[in-house]
Design a binder for this molecule. Structure first.
Ligand code: ADQ
Length: 463
């Protein structure tokens, strides 16, 4: 049987003292079985980028990681990946900066990844590359003579040609990505936007199935929505709901309703606007004062970047302002935690929350929305308030869908959710539960790997 090789920017090595909070590891937990190889950055920085990976095997899975040199880290990771590509793909044109040396560094790290990975590959391997940090990795591997099947999955949205063509080197990057056999996206919208870019920028028109020929290679473009392992998340939520952390939380609420938000601290997640929404809720509907506690858990992320530090200050200010204006001696509207919390603990909090508030300005998918649904007690479920610009909204139309830029609309949805009759809550929850079961983490991996497995054998000479 073919071995699966996963490549991602960060590698979640078990026991890592400094794991990155994020959805990628959750999404791939089902794919990475004993015998697989996971390759990428260790998360550590050194004077120069390593040329040979450090290899560890844990529970039959091989983890091969490289340390990044300081300059490469600045140009590839902080620079082109997170200050150019990420804001662009999240539709935040005003935050995009471009420096040629960052692009050169980005390409150099992709080349270094390819050079370190190629000697580890076996003839029948299936290679699955993840996310915007590694758009040109497929091409770099092909340049070293790698003929194995290569797939690529993008965890962010994809933007239409009018936006993508803003990127200097847009054509070069698109071409490089087309060295893969299968390219996958969370939603039909992103897939269509990518195909439109291929047409507008490369002059190639994909067929109705999203396939096209590029340099003698058939490239397939597919939709594979990322999901979660619903059964195991529901089981952890049920267990955690009676555990110490959740019972302590529930006791501290003194019978008040709980609303929960869980995010990486990222400007795409719409955090300050959500806090403004709470302001609207409490001023427009004073009946909720002293009756609701809002628990915001935001794990720090990419703190070395200025925009992220600025966001943290903005959020601290907004929370302080609302708590200052509405708190009573025996009640504070917002509890604000800026630390990662264990996923199993979060599951218990979700289960006890009458409202899950997930309002990113943009999000590739957003697994927290699915986790909130999976954690609910079907007999007495809470209500999900969800941004229409999260990929998850395509599947979770039974949530209360809001425009995340409109704080008043979010407030109205929160109000409606807090008062929603049991029967309506049950019906909406049942419909959403069925959807997340149908697009589980397992199904995501199966769908992508089946497409990759069925891809025709690549021809060796690619010119
Ligand atoms: P992320 O932006 O990291 O992922 P998301 O999909 O919400 O976002 O997944 C986050 C995961 O980390 C969830 O499992 C969640 O429970 C956990 N998490 C979030 N905040 C946390 C916190 N404060 N403490 C501890 N754990 C926390 C990227 C894309 C998403 C896409 C995923 C998967 O940005 O759009 O859904 O990849 O493709």
């Amino acid at each position: 049987m073919a071995r699966l090789v996963i490549v991602s920017n960060r590698v979640p090595v078990p026991g890592d003292r400094n794991p990155a909070a994020g959805g990628l590891a959750v999404a791939l937990a089902d794919a990475i079985t004993p015998g697989s190889l996971w390759f990428g950055w260790s998360g550590a920085r050194a004077t120069a980028t390593a040329t040979r990976p450090e290899i560890r095997t844990v529970a039959g899975i091989t983890f091969a990681t490289l340390d990044l040199g300081e300059t490469d880290y600045r140009r590839y990771y902080s620079g082109f990946a997170n200050s150019t590509l990420y804001p662009l793909l999240l539709f935040r044109l005003g935050l995009v900066s471009f420096r040629k040396e960052d692009y050169v560094g980005y390409r150099a790290v992709n080349r270094a990844f390819a050079a370190a990975l190629a000697p580890l590959l076996l003839p029948d391997d299936i290679i699955w590359i993840h996310d915007y940090h590694l758009l040109p990795l497929g091409l770099e591997l092909r340049a070293l003579g790698v003929t194995q099947r290569i797939g690529f999955f993008l965890h962010t949205p994809f933007v239409p040609p009018a936006l993508f063509s803003v990127l200097p080197r847009a054509a070069e990057l698109l071409e490089a990505l087309c060295a893969c056999d299968v390219i996958g996206f969370h939603t039909e919208d992103y897939r269509a936007a990518f195909c439109d870019c291929v047409t507008a920028i490369l002059g190639i028109r994909p067929n109705a199935d999203g396939g096209f020929l590029h340099r003698k290679r058939l490239v397939q473009v597919i939709v594979a929505p990322v999901g979660i392992d619903v059964g195991s998340f529901t089981a952890s939520a049920t267990r955690a709901a009676t555990g110490a952390a959740t019972t302590g939380l529930v006791q501290s609420l003194g019978g008040r309703q709980l609303a929960v938000s869980v995010d990486r601290l990222d400007y795409a997640k719409g955090l300050p606007n959500r806090i403004h929404a709470l302001d609207h809720l409490l001023s427009r509907y004073p009946t909720h004062r002293k009756r609701i506690t809002f628990l915001q858990i935001a794990a720090p992320s990419r703190e070395e970047l200025g925009h992220y530090r600025g966001l943290r200050r903005e959020l601290d200010r907004a929370v302080g302002d609302i708590n200052g204006r509405y708190s009573e001696p025996d009640w504070t509207p917002i509890r604000h935690i800026t630390r990662p919390v264990r996923r199993t603990t979060l599951a218990g909090f979700h289960r006890r929350a009458s409202l899950g508030v997930v309002t990113p300005f943009r999000d590739g998918m957003n697994l927290v929305a699915k986790e909130y649904v999976a954690a609910q007690n079907p007999a007495d479920p809470g209500v999900l308030v969800l941004s229409r610009f999260a990929g998850a909204a395509e599947e979770l139309g039974d949530a209360l869908i809001v425009n995340p830029y409109d704080a008043e609309e979010i407030a109205e949805a929160m109000h409606r959710g807090l008062l929603m009759p049991l029967e309506e809550r049950q019906a909406r929850h049942a419909a959403m539960l069925a959807r997340i079961r149908a697009s589980s983490a397992n199904r995501f991996c199966e769908r992508f790997l089946a497409a990759l497995d069925g891809a025709p054998e690549p021809t060796p000479e690619v010119s």
